[in-house]
Design a protein around this ligand. Structure first.
Ligand code: GLU
Length: 427
């Protein structure tokens, strides 16, 4: 696998799926209640409208055939086609995919894209598979879900442990099935196959813009700010680099193997240069600290960019950062959100902070549809404008409604979908 992995898993354990779905539903309910929507609206939105489970036979290199299980969830398509990544991971499960599709709906609502949320996943360990096996699995998945996806139905993209190469195989398979070239079927493609300039860095770029806006609100200057980044995958590594280049002091980073800390600032360029194709770099060092110690470091800005359930009721009291920007999906539990809010920490939630990726995916899809491609500066400029507006919409909603940023983001994200469902006469 290449280095363009959408997100990095920093530990093998994914959060308890039932909790993930339940906590998502609790916040959906709270947001809909605050907006004055009926119980029927909650019943419509509390789970995806469609969930497909597929079993995919794959010929392995040793001649055997192995069965893989995959999913595609489509939360709600009242606004437009559904949109969201496909993750390859041993701990993918149905409830996780459902929750992630609901978060995609929120992301699309917050950044105002004409999409609903979708998400896919395959239970597999890509680190132990050859390129040939990965290609056959990717193609098999597209054949299995081809009936319910497409450029005007549901548009996949990269996610945990999937990258531009996997998108290219999937796009090719879909184009063969439909018997015409279909670049708009999937985003996050290589540039030569209709990918967008700036898509690979978009998630990190989007987080950086949120950090800048949050820092302004708290009167913190980026120049010299002490930043800790958990996770060194696609989002985390680009992010550490951008913050470093902007003059911030990145004092801590981590990967699945452990974490590095230097109060004088780490040499990010050196670390980027030394990491392997799975983003691992800490294994080259002796004086590492744990991921938990990393989260509790004395810093100004903490960016969890790894996996879910990292900041919980048991460590939320020990966090020293004054701003937390969630680049990962679901790094903070509901209880921890409450504690951090009470402690006056500005928490920029995942559905807002990590929505830069899908925003540039949308730009990619628009460019595919019109067959006309924009230079990177244009993509970045459009992304910046979109994000500043989205951040401030959520921030103002939080101030006006006197709620935390997470609930405000859910309210902003859910409103358009609820309105569209209502106009369509569904509720
Ligand atoms: N997987 C990314 C996310 O969770 C990107 C989705 C997309 O680009 O459609 O936001």
């Amino acid at each position: 696998m290449g280095t363009a992995v959408e997100e990095k898993k920093a530990s093998p354990k994914i959060e308890e799926s039932l909790d993930l779905l339940t906590s998502t539903q609790i916040t959906f309910k709270e947001a809909l209640d605050k907006l004055g929507y009926s119980k029927e609206m909650y019943e419509l939105l509390k789970e995806p409208l469609r969930m497909l489970t597929v079993r995919i036979p794959v010929k392995m290199d040793n001649g055997s055939t192995k069965m893989f299980t995959g999913y595609r969830a489509q939360h709600n398509d009242a606004v437009g086609p559904t949109k969201g990544g496909v993750r390859f991971h041993p701990e993918v499960d149905e409830n996780e995919v459902k929750s992630l599709s609901m978060w995609m709906s929120l992301k699309c609502g917050i950044v105002d894209l004409p999409y609903g949320g979708g998400k896919g996943g395959i239970i597999c360990d890509p680190r132990s598979m050859s390129m040939g096996e990965l290609e056959r699995l990717s193609r098999g998945y597209v054949r299995a879900i081809s009936q319910i996806v497409g450029p005007t139905k549901d548009i996949p993209a990269p996610d945990v442990y999937t990258n531009a190469q996997i998108m290219a195989w999937m796009m090719d398979e879909y184009s063969r099935i439909r018997e015409h070239d279909s670049p708009g079927f999937i985003t996050g493609k290589p540039l030569v196959l209709g990918g967008s300039a700036g898509r690979d860095k978009a998630t990190a770029q989007g987080v950086v813009i949120c950090i800048e806006e949050a820092a302004k609100k708290r009167g913190i200057s980026i120049e010299g700010a002490r930043v800790v980044v958990q996770g060194f995958g696609n989002a985390g590594s680009f992010l550490a680099k951008f913050m470093h280049d902007m003059g911030a002091k990145v004092i801590g980073i981590s990967d699945a193997g452990g974490a590095l800390h230097d109060p004088n600032g780490l040499d990010i360029d050196y670390l980027l240069d030394r990491r392997d194709s799975f983003g691992m770099v800490t294994n080259l060092f002796k004086n590492t600290i744990t991921n938990q110690e990393l989260l509790e470091l004395d810093c100004d800005i903490l960016v969890p960019a790894a996996i879910s359930n990292q900041i919980t009721a048991s460590n939320a009291h020990n966090i020293k950062a004054s701003i937390i920007v969630e680049a990962a999906n679901g790094p903070t539990t509901l209880e921890a959100t409450k504690i951090l809010t009470e402690r006056g920490i500005l928490l920029v939630p995942d559905v807002l902070a990590s929505s830069g990726g899908v925003t540039v995916s949308y730009f990619e899809w628009v460019q595919n549809n019109q067959g006309y491609y924009w230079p990177e500066e244009e993509v970045n400029e459009k992304l910046r404008k979109n994000r500043i507006r989205a951040f401030n919409n959520v921030y103002e909603a939080a101030q006006q409604r006197k709620v935390n940023m997470r609930l405000a983001a859910y309210m902003v994200g859910i409103r358009r979908m609820a309105e569209a469902s209502h106009f369509r006469g569904w509720v």
